[in-house]
Design a protein around this ligand. Structure first.
Ligand code: A2R
Length: 324
């Protein structure tokens, strides 16, 4: 089995690569010459590296021709919602054109891989209270340029499946976190702030955005197990939510992390962390995915948060070690 991963160097890509290698899959890993390798340093000599850029059609075709994959996990994207407000154009370009390049590359070659498209709960955007928990049939009312880009990716995949028979399975992953999550994302950011305060590297103030927002969180290791199952058992052309079905408020996340630390902190609201239109509540139903694949979350979210805090403690300690 040969799998091509776009977005290999990212948060999810690193965990997915580990899971695929464990399954015995040969992994072809697309990266950019300037990609940071922090997440994948330990994997570099276990994968076949392909330098390329999804935004470039020739580069994408080369990656496909070189790897001739049985499976593709299409993770590469501008994945950060706040950046999509400051750079909506490049977010739409990368995410939509990148996927188009992937699909057209496949069409131009004599290959028929199964393709997983990493969509997002941000596609649902505005959800009314009587629509919870969110199923795949919910209207898509995205509230950010990122959400729009993921809706476009989702529908483009549907259209290429219907029009050209591409063997696509679309997943809509709800929030996921765990070790290696970038510190710009909320859970990781809190864990990073706490770890820095513990080390005496920051004053004991935690800066927060909207603590009332509620999100359905899944451990990244459960999420990538879902992506693999989506290609093992998912129905071609279908779309599946992957989520835990249990929403946590951001306040609860913060309280749990603080309960795992000795530090005394003051909480301060930081207006720059508020989004122009934040989605108040996003909890999902994974019933359809469970029915198709048997998937269900296995790692309690409390464990995920503990692992995340531990990750930052170790990483900051290692960084200090490198500097001194
Ligand atoms: O920024 P880099 O060079 O480390 O690579 C990122 C990659 N990427 C690209 N790769 C090739 N050509 C591009 N034009 C391009 N733009 C971005 O996508 C990185 O390896 C990956 C994104 O990683 P993260 O930002 O950590 O995202 P995460 O959380 O792993 O999300 C994976 C997927 C995305 O499609 C999200 O929208 C979805 O799951 O939720």
């Amino acid at each position: 089995m040969r799998a091509l991963i776009t977005g290999y160097t990212g948060f999810v890509g690193s965990h997915l690569t580990e899971a695929l290698l464990e399954r015995g899959t040969e992994v072809f890993a697309l990266y950019r010459w300037r990609s940071r390798l922090d997440n994948v340093g330990h994997l570099q000599d276990r994968v076949q590296l392909i330098e390329g850029d999804i935004a470039d059609a020739a580069s994408m075709r080369h990656a496909l021709e070189f790897s001739r994959p049985d499976e593709i996990y299409h993770l590469a994207a501008q994945s950060f919602v706040p950046t999509s407000w400051s750079s909506p154009g490049s977010t739409l370009d990368t995410n939509i054109q990148g996927e188009l390049n992937l699909f057209e590359g496949i069409r131009s070659l004599d290959i028929s891989p199964r393709i997983q498209i990493a969509g997002s709960s941000e596609e649902y955007g505005l959800v009314h209270p009587d629509e919870l928990p969110i199923t795949e049939d919910n209207p898509l009312r995205p509230l950010s340029p990122y959400g729009v880009s993921k809706v476009a990716q989702d529908l483009l995949a549907y259209q290429y499946h219907r029009s050209y028979g591409l063997d696509v399975v679309r997943t809509r992953g709800f929030n996921h976190t765990g070790p290696r999550r970038g510190q710009v994302f909320v859970c990781s950011n809190f864990a990073w702030q706490i770890a820095r305060i513990e080390r005496g590297e920051a004053e004991p103030i935690i800066r927060v955005g909207n603590l009332q927002a509620r999100r359905d969180f899944t451990d990244v290791r459960d999420m990538v197990r879902g992506y693999i199952l989506a290609l093992e058992k998912g129905v071609s052309g279908e779309v599946y939510n992957i989520c835990s079905g249990r929403a946590w408020s951001i306040q609860e996340v913060l309280d749990h992390l603080l309960s795992r630390s000795e530090v005394e902190v003051r909480i301060e609201t930081d207006p720059t962390r508020m989004r122009p239109s934040d989605v108040p509540n996003l909890d999902g139903s994974y019933a359809k995915f469970h029915e198709a694949t048997g998937w269900e979350p296995q790692i309690p979210f409390e464990q995920t948060l503990d692992d995340l805090l531990e990750y930052w403690r170790k990483r900051l300690a290692a960084e200090t070690g490198r500097i001194s």
